[in-house]
Design a protein around this ligand. Structure first.
Ligand SMILES: Nc1ncnc2c1ncn2[C@@H]1O[C@H](COP(=O)(O)OP(=O)(O)OP(=O)(O)O)[C@@H](O)[C@H]1O
Length: 312
């Protein structure tokens, strides 16, 4: 009944998937584009690729407006949507590549050179003659990445390229992206929910939430300013009295026998000063510092945006 109603009298609701998103990217950059589910990442990528037409504002890629010059734009870009494939389902991988060689008019020497190089790094030789429908997710993703780069694009858009991959394949995929960026100066725009992708690949990140760009800048700056605190764990030869620890660290410590864990907030304290205090107060057997994981940084970041919204 609901489906019938929607068919006869559909109701429409207007929603801005992205709003006030403004940025420029230089040749050869690797940019991580992150944000919670439904934030507007894929919508931005689709506008840059030319699939979606923005209702206002402009998108210019290498001097071209993508949706007005789809053919010319497609020659310059490669796209991988992690959840979909551009490979022909029923034919062997190599046949799709040959079809792409024909479509993009890739010179034979260049095509063979690229296949050889990519097959090497991605390890696709063993399944290049297998029909795509028989490939595992990790194999399919590697085959897709190779396909997206065969025509030497200047820019690649990767929408969650490591989604669902095991640790080994993730490493291979990341190594490949890095190598292509390094050796060919290919610009990479990457959306991901896997924060290790950011750590391993990107120096710049853009964070979008509810369609609006909230941060655009250095990953290191982001870590430093939203990281909260480090955890310092110190093992001493003898148990330190709680009173002594409380006198120095207040309530920012816990103790398990001879092990003390101290939460070091960069605004009020420093790990170096805490270590110096321990060395001066006891015989120290072991020291460990755990920095805030990037996951925690991102969680703090999304949280602080929500706080700002509530406050404003
Ligand atoms: N074809 C569509 N029709 C209507 N609304 C859409 C369409 N595509 C996306 N949206 C809406 O636009 C908003 C942004 O979606 P988008 O797919 O860009 O998010 P995302 O950041 O890529 O999310 P995810 O991390 O879950 O992939 C969401 O609220 C989504 O529901």
């Amino acid at each position: 009944m609901g489906a019938f109603k929607d068919f006869v009298a559909p109701r429409y609701e207007q929603k801005d998937a992205v709003n006030e998103v403004s940025f420029s990217i230089d040749k050869g950059e690797i940019v991580g584009y992150i944000g919670p589910n439904g934030a507007g990442k894929s919508t931005t990528i689709k506008m840059m690729v030319g699939i979606l037409v923005p209702t206002s504002g402009t998108v210019t890629i290498g001097g071209l407006v993508p949706f007005e010059n789809r053919l010319e734009n497609s020659r310059r870009i490669g796209v991988v949507f992690g959840q979909r494939t551009q490979l022909w389902w029923d034919i062997p991988v190599i046949e799709t590549y040959k079809l792409m060689q024909y479509i993009y008019k890739i010179p034979k020497v260049r095509f063979e050179h690229n296949i050889r190089q990519f097959a090497d790094i991605l390890g696709i030789d063993e399944f290049v003659n297998t029909p795509v429908r028989q490939l595992s997710l990790g194999q399919r993703m590697r085959a897709d990445l190779c396909a997206a780069l065969l025509h030497d694009p200047e820019i690649i858009y990767l929408d969650e390229p490591t989604i669902g991959l095991d640790v080994d394949v993730k490493e291979r995929v990341r190594g490949f992206i890095k190598e292509v960026n390094r050796s060919r100066e290919t610009t990479v725009i990457l959306t991901t929910h896997d924060t290790s992708d950011l750590d391993k690949l990107c120096s710049r990140v853009m964070v979008i939430d509810q369609g609006t760009l909230m941060y655009d800048g250095d990953l290191d700056y982001l870590k430093k300013n939203y990281s909260g605190h480090d955890i310092l764990t110190v093992e001493t030869e003898n148990e330190l009295p709680d009173g002594l620890l409380a006198g120095r660290f207040g309530d920012a410590f816990t103790r398990e026998g001879r092990k003390c864990h101290v939460r070091v907030s960069p605004e009020t304290d420093s790990s170096a000063e805490c270590i110096a205090w321990f060395l001066g107060s006891a015989t120290v057997k072991d020291i460990q510092i755990r920095q805030t994981e990037i996951d925690e940084v991102i969680r703090n970041l999304y949280g602080s945006f929500k706080e700002t919204e509530r406050g404003s």
